[in-house]
Design a protein around this ligand. Sequence first.
Ligand SMILES: [Zn+2]
Length: 151
Amino acid sequence: MFLGKTVDIILIDYIIAITPYLPGCNIIIKFYGFIIILLIPIVLIHELIHGTIYTIFGGKVRYGFKGVYAYTQEISEIPIEKKKFVLILLAPLIIISPITILAPNWFGELIFLLNLLGSSGDIYMAITLVKYPVYCKIIDRSYGYDVIVEK
Ligand SMILES: [Zn+2]
């Protein structure tokens, strides 16, 4: 369990755990190497969760990469209720976070942390939606989203 642990302790646990691997290899290279190896499945699962929830809500999704950035794009351009869009945004955080509690200490902690960082844009977008009325609808766009406000 990592509840109450700070980021520095999570990272120290991670460094202690990876130290025996790749003996003779620089710790900085190990540190970033293992993070990159972990990031690939985390990012793929994260985007797959966005896409699956969007599909459940009737959207059509396309996955892609912008440089090192993976993204899920809704392509039907059908407006979706704000609460559903917020759920799509936060679904990877809501689903992956409790699962990381089941993983061994440093491993679960690091996955939790990386997914939380990867969700920062989603959290930010969800927060920016607060200012729009509950009944508004959202269209997912490559640059973010458009808001349709009509009663
Ligand atoms: Zn996301």
